[in-house]
Design a protein around this ligand. Structure first.
Ligand code: HEC
Ligand SMILES: [Cu+2]
Length: 336
């Protein structure tokens, strides 16, 4: 996994992607399997539009097929023009009024769905999250819970979570197909959306607005938990970073390297915000917005040369020498 994808054969890319997807593939990201209120509304509207379009297609294609077969050229035709119909009020009214009715119905259904989804008021007690899009990762903050994490959003099941969307650089788009429609993250603007998942589990999302070379590796994972499990996650995330004395050497490397200008680890001198918060790094299943799994080896490869894992990435290779790199990785893996 520490190779760049485009140096690999299609078969090995597929193998790598399957390995990375792993257990997650049991839950697809199909828009046809909604599990959250806004996604349900969009799904219902989409089904109605599809049904109307299918009905129109069948009528038009059926008439066409009938015309082709019934009025085909036959032996003995005299080659003269068939009777021409001009200025039939009935026919012209029919092909004007029916499409207008169809369009009006589609407009009303769409307007209603948009109103239901966007007009929903935040009920008291809803979980609040701010998601900030970065090239190419997601900053996730829970303003009321004092939690900062990245790329993996945790929410309670059966309750609404309201999400404020912002961008630190270019336009991105937040899309978790089974939970809600897409909403853009625009610089200098705050968009809002919400989800209300009714099933626990892991739901995968992806940035849906091209935002630069690593747009495809701007994956998002939403973990939906039963309330008690979510509360336990919150308690763990609010803890300051583990301070394990056996990895003090690695911590020293971290704190004396430019890492701290870009990364924060709560309770240390590291307060940077350009890159993901590392306080509970190892609580995440994936590294670099889903580019690889979060393992010691992956971390090692990442720190040795992030560009090799995610070409074009905005984290520089820090050129830490080999012994210090080992110490640094040993420190990072204690950040649970
Ligand atoms: C110039 C700013 C910058 C510096 C310096 C920097 N990083 Fe990063 N780092 C980033 C950015 C940006 C990302 C997110 C990359 C992405 O996913 O596209 C990142 C990602 C990471 C990640 C993955 C986090 C996750 O949850 O996926 C780790 C771990 C990490 N950096 C550790 C370090 C360490 C250790 C150092 C010092 C040796 C360091 N970084 C130096 C900007 C920086
Ligand atoms: Cu993108």
């Amino acid at each position: 996994m520490e190779r760049t994808f485009y140096l690999m054969s299609p078969a090995s890319v597929l193998a790598a992607a399957t390995a990375l997807a792993g257990d997650d593939t049991t839950r697809t990201s199909s828009i046809f399997a909604p599990v959250s209120t806004p996604a349900d509304a969009a799904y219902t509207a989409a089904l109605l539009v599809l049904a109307i379009a299918a009905a129109i297609f069948l009528v038009v294609a059926g008439l066409l097929a009938y015309g082709v077969v019934a009025f085909r050229q036959r032996p003995g035709d005299d080659g003269s023009e068939p009777p021409q119909v001009y200025g039939s009020d009935q026919i012209e009214l029919a092909w004007t009024v029916i499409p207008i009715l169809v369009v009006v119905v589609l407009c009303l259904v769409t307007a209603r769905t948009v109103y239901d989804v966007q007009g929903a008021l935040k009920p008291p007690g809803a979980t609040l999250v701010t998601v900030v899009g970065h090239q190419w990762w997601w900053e996730i903050r829970y303003p009321e819970l004092d939690i900062v994490t990245a790329n993996e959003l945790h929410v309670p099941v059966g309750e609404p979570t309201f999400i404020d969307l912002e961008s630190a650089d270019v336009a991105h788009s937040f899309w978790v197909p089974r939970l809600a429609g897409k909403t853009d993250l625009i610089p200098n603007r705050r968009n809002r959306m919400w989800i209300e998942p009714r099933e626990p589990g892991l739901f995968r999302g992806q940035c849906a607005e091209y935002c630069g070379t690593q747009h495809a590796h701007m994956g998002l994972r939403v973990y939906v938990h039963p309330r008690p499990e979510f509360d336990r996650w919150v308690v763990a995330q609010r803890e300051p970073a583990v301070a394990d004395p056996t990895v003090a050497a690695g911590r020293r490397v971290f704190e004396t390297t430019a890492c701290i200008n870009c990364h924060a680890v709560r309770g240390t001198v590291a307060t940077g915000r350009f890159g993901p918060d590392l306080t509970h790094l190892m609580s995440r299943a994936t590294l670099a917005a889903g580019a690889t799994r979060m393992t010691r080896e992956a971390l090692h490869a990442w720190l040795a040369d992030p560009d090799h894992v995610k070409p074009g990435v905005l984290m520089p290779a820090m050129k830490v020498d080999a012994p210090a790199l080992d110490q640094l990785v040993s420190y990072l893996v204690t950040l649970r």
